[in-house]
Ligand binder design. Structure first.
Ligand code: GTP
Length: 334
């Protein structure tokens, strides 16, 4: 079985971290996000992941020179222009000559979904497509998907106002599709699966939903990218990697609490790092405070500086001694 993995977006919400690195190549604790996404596919019979690429495709190709990622063979489909979600799925599936049911994974979704159970539900329904559904408190930012007692999708409503959402089960970004769905997708220009293809399939009664409450997170914003890492080290996932890399350094007089310190990062004497992530090579100097923040690769937080409240520092960013950054991005990105 093949899986198409959508990894071609610009990742604008994660800027400045994504200015030079595509979102799915950003590290999540001890490995790139893509490896968490592809990681459990092999055990469910997926032998090839087709990466639907657009923004900075070379970053993926260079990272996996043997065309293998987390035990799965990689194939690449690189778009000349962004085709949006459905267009990208169609293009990648055609490039890879997919001719049987296949999986689609949204590349910024981190989940412990039982993919085998999703496939079984799809096979039992006989539908053209089956969507993993996850419950959320506020569905207004998502595609909302009410189903009937047989799992058939009644309608597919993208980002409804909060009080008019017909359900709190949302499109969680993992799908099983039959190849016939590809024929529905216009090959001229971009097409959104959420806005065009799924509503059309639902109207024909060919779309099914599979509800699961297992761990799920869309890691596409700074807050959720940070949460994804803390959830892992807090033991909320099937696997719990170590929070502090073996070659990170923490001075005796430093305080590190509920934080991820990646390879080569350092926290100096009298500094504190709380509810935060230091990417590889990030440096927090003496007396500085980092709280609820993401410190990008090789960024430096100067002595006695404060970096807090959702601040994101990009690659090599520097915070001067004594400076205070609250809910800031450095460098600022448009
Ligand atoms: P933002 O710019 O922050 O909205 O992020 P994004 O566009 O990278 O991601 P979004 O969450 O909007 O898209 C969902 C998934 O589809 C992500 O994994 C993206 O990488 C991917 N994606 C979005 N648009 C395209 C596209 O045109 N082509 C391809 N190949 N992938 C896409």
């Amino acid at each position: 079985m093949r899986a198409v993995v959508l990894v071609g977006g610009f990742g604008t919400r994660l800027r400045p971290l994504t200015l030079g690195t595509p979102k799915q190549m950003l590290p999540v604790v001890d490995r790139p996000m893509i490896e968490w996404v592809v990681g459990r596919l092999a055990e469910h019979g997926v032998d090839e992941a087709v990466l639907a690429l657009g923004y900075r495709p070379d970053a993926f190709i260079e990272a996996y020179p043997d065309d293998e990622c987390a035990g799965v063979r990689l194939a690449y489909a690189v778009e000349d222009v962004p085709l949006d979600t459905a267009g990208a799925i169609r293009f990648a599936a055609r490039e890879a000559e997919v001719d049987e049911r296949f999986l689609v994974l949204n590349g910024d979704v981190l989940t412990d979904l039982d993919i085998g159970a999703l496939l079984d539900a799809h096979d039992a329904s006989g539908g053209a497509g089956t969507i993993h559904l996850h419950p959320v408190d506020d569905p207004s930012r998502y595609g909302v998907v009410p189903i009937d007692g047989d799992g058939r999708v009644l309608e597919f409503v993208e980002k409804p106002p909060r009080d008019s959402a017909p359900s709190n089960w949302i499109n969680a970004g993992t799908y099983v599709l039959e190849p016939e769905v590809l024929d529905l997708i216009d090959h001229e220009g971009p097409v959104s699966i959420e806005r065009v293809t799924f509503p059309a399939l639902a109207a024909e009664g060919k779309l099914f939903g599979f509800q699961s409450e297992t761990y799920w997170l869309d890691a596409g914003t700074p807050a959720t990218y940070l949460q994804a890492q803390l959830d892992l080290v807090d033991g909320h996932r099937a696997e719990t990697p170590p929070a502090i890399a073996a070659d990170a350094s923490v001075a005796d007089g430093a305080k590190v609490e509920h934080a991820v310190l990646m390879s080569g990062s350092s926290v100096a004497d009298g500094a504190s790092v709380i509810d935060s992530v230091l990417l590889p090579g990030a440096r927090v100097e003496s007396g500085a405070t980092v709280r609820d923040a993401i410190v990008g690769p090789h960024a430096v937080v100067g002595p006695d500086a404060v970096v807090e409240a959702g601040t994101v520092l990009g690659d090599g960013a520097v915070v001067a001694a004594g400076e205070v950054l609250t809910d800031a991005r450095r460098p600022e990105a448009d």
